[in-house]
Design a protein around this ligand. Structure first.
Ligand SMILES: [Zn+2]
Ligand SMILES: [Zn+2]
Ligand SMILES: [Zn+2]
Ligand SMILES: [Zn+2]
Length: 202
């Protein structure tokens, strides 16, 4: 299991978060995230005054990145190991933005919408909280769980009330039955007495 997760880490390390392929001509920006040179350039192409990281959204005042030759070696190893998923598989697992023809790997928390990097840098989502889809999924699951808990508590409370009321109902029914029985008894007695009296009177 450890080996599998280590391999997954290694694979993530070697792939570009934008095209999801092996990093081509890898560059690293100041926050530590790596991209293909072309992918980063392409996602920053319409920006002028701030250059946010496509993954962590940290904003940089200038287009600054450094080449990462060590990473090139790692990618060569990864390519030899063939641990990257096939392009078809990646296309099956990730939706592609029709507008920009890029994988939609990001999630706008405000609009509850999945986005590609280009979309996320558009004016429409500029001030919105955007995070990678995987992170969003965990987050949404947590929200869902926390919203289910009070519901569960409510159900438990209602159940308790129902049980209590059921018990009260049974007690009440027992009392009523007793009352009916004793009333019936009293009636019988009075009828009998009446009947006896009328017999005597005859
Ligand atoms: Zn790329
Ligand atoms: Zn970053
Ligand atoms: Zn897009
Ligand atoms: Zn948005």
């Amino acid at each position: 299991m450890e080996f599998v997760s280590a391999l997954a880490d290694f694979q993530r390390e070697c792939s570009c978060p934008i095209c999801l392929d092996y990093l081509k001509d890898p560059v690293t920006i100041s926050c530590g995230h790596n991209f293909c040179f072309d992918c980063l350039n392409h996602s920053w192409k319409d920006l002028t005054d701030a250059f946010p990281c496509p993954v962590c959204r940290f904003g940089f005042p200038e287009r600054k990145f450094r080449r990462n030759p060590q990473l090139c070696n790692l990618i060569e190893i990864a390519q030899l190991l063939r641990i990257r998923k096939s392009k078809r598989k990646r296309q099956e697992e990730n939706a592609i933005c029709e507008k920009h023809n890029q994988f939609m790997t990001l999630f706008c928390v405000k609009d509850l919408q999945i986005l590609c990097t280009q979309c996320s840098f558009s004016a429409e989502h500029q001030r919105h909280h955007i995070c990678p889809i995987k992170q969003a999924a965990t987050f949404q699951r947590r929200i869902l769980e926390s919203s289910i808990q009070p519901l569960k508590n409510n159900v438990e409370r209602v159940e308790k009330v129902l049980i209590l009321q059921g018990r009260k109902f049974l007690e009440l029914k027992k009392k009523m039955d007793g009352l009916i029985l004793s009333t019936r008894h009293a009636c019988m007695v009075s009828i009998l007495m009446h009947w006896n009296l009328s017999k005597i009177n005859l």
